[in-house]
Design a protein around this ligand. Structure first.
Ligand code: ADE
Length: 423
């Protein structure tokens, strides 16, 4: 047993050696975060910052946490979802890196929020969120800590929407940098990360064959686009459902069938919700689905599939594989809910691959540094990641991949800024 003096609440500290291996494995795919870590270690730009981070506790997050600590931050970490923690990684962060972690995979809601409060235990000056549970806890239960906070970052679409609505109502009490809005975040993490890891989660949980399956994807934002593209590549017959006419049109022109969920529900084999909204799949859909249909969610919260609605139609439920719950409906059909309707890519798989989290977390690290540098200059608003940071991350990622690109000639540079030259 370790003699750590760091505060923690993790599943089992003896898992630390396995966790360290996972962190090192992820590290080799995160060259941009590594460059930032090396600079942070030299320059200590985060010295004196107390950071509370509410992020999925994965091997990729561990590499971010290590970089922040090396930059001088005093960091405490809790999970941003009850099912997404990698327990061995949590143990390694505590034992091997001396970072306080409060996260256990499968924790109930009460423990989840207890952990959020523990992550706030050192009265932070900066918050990092993935879904805005930390910020909303601060604004509801821990208002007394807000005076000491200079800013925060937010990782995900759902969190940014929540924070924007707080700012619009005038209740947001400190500035937030929306990491999700960096192009080097959503174009890659949301699209290629969610595209791959969602299917990875569904396949690991069920071992279902995607080729020939009718996959219904609800929501054609960047995440939905990525899932649709990858499912098609695996041979699935993809149907998209949408409420936004422009996104629906994009899906049609990308070659997918688009129809209302009431129709898609009758023909789908695998349903994936990724809308960010609630009750996308409800009793009216469960009632017409074919027996054996698989229901998965990859949106941030477990509200997209109406689970109480599913339970109201069922005569019983049974866990038949890890992360697979069989609902026996009264008319004899069976529906299969994956990962309790929580983000399937983190519940039954490992989340996005490290190579894509490299860019998301480079944005996080540089956004925290930006908050440290621009102390007191920002309003109580939601800000984008500065374009110089976004472009620099793209440059570093390309260079780490050995890809070189062209530069504008002076003549081309001038041409872009003139309006007088035509045909
Ligand atoms: N969100 C999606 N995938 C993730 C990962 N691997 N680590 C942290 N957050 C994530």
């Amino acid at each position: 047993m370790s003699t750590t003096t760091v505060e923690y609440d993790v599943k089992d500290l003896s898992l630390a050696p396995r966790g360290r291996n996972r962190i090192e494995w992820a590290h080799q795919f995160m060259p941009v975060v590594e460059l930032i870590r090396q600079r942070f270690a030299r320059e200590k730009p985060l010295k004196g910052l107390k950071v509370s981070a509410c992020l999925h506790v994965t091997s990729e997050t561990a590499n971010l946490a290590i970089a922040l600590k090396e930059g001088g931050a005093d960091l405490r970490l809790c999970a941003s979802n009850p099912l997404s923690t990698q327990d061995e990684v949590a143990a390694a962060l505590v034992v091997e890196f001396g970072i306080p972690v409060f996260a256990i995979k499968g924790e109930d809601n009460k423990t989840y929020y207890k952990h959020v409060l523990q992550a706030l235990g050192h009265s932070p000056s900066v918050t990092m969120d993935d879904g805005a549970d930390l910020v909303s806890t601060l604004h509801s239960e821990k208002k007394e800590l807000i005076a000491g906070i200079r800013g925060g970052t937010e990782e995900t679409t759902t969190g940014v929407l929540r924070l924007r609505s707080m700012a619009e109502e005038g209740v947001l009490r400190y500035p937030i940098i929306a990491v999700n809005e960096a192009r080097t975040k959503h174009l890659f993490d949301n699209r290629y990360g969610t595209g791959q890891s969602t299917l990875d989660g569904i396949v690991r949980a069920t071992n279902v064959l995607l080729a020939g399956s009718r996959v219904v994807i609800s929501g054609y934002g960047w995440c939905g686009k990525g899932i649709a593209m990858r499912a098609k590549g695996m041979g699935a017959d993809v149907i998209v459902t949408e409420v936004d006419p422009t996104k629906a049109l994009e899906a049609v022109m990308d070659g997918f069938r688009v129809m209302p969920m009431a129709e898609a529900a009758k023909v789908g084999n695998i349903f994936i919700t990724v809308t960010g909204n609630k009750n996308v799949l409800g009793p009216e859909h469960f009632q017409v689905m074919t027996s054996g249909a698989i229901l998965a969610n990859s949106g941030h919260f477990n509200v997209e599939i109406d689970i109480p609605g599913l339970e109201s139609l069922a005569s019983g439920k049974n866990t038949i594989r890890d992360f697979v719950e069989e609902y026996a409906l009264r008319d004899g059909r069976k529906l299969y809910l994956l990962g309790e309707g929580r983000l399937i890519n983190l519940a039954s798989a490992e989340g996005h691959p490290a190579a894509v989290m490299d860019m998301s977390f480079a944005n996080q690290a540089l956004a925290v540094e930006y908050l440290a540098i621009h102390r007191g200059e920002l309003q109580k608003r939601v800000y984008p990641v500065p374009d110089e940071i976004d472009r620099e991350i793209a440059r570093l990622k390309l260079s780490s991949m050995g890809v070189r690109i062209d530069a504008l000639t002076p003549e081309q540079e001038t041409y872009l800024h003139t309006w007088s030259e035509g045909t």
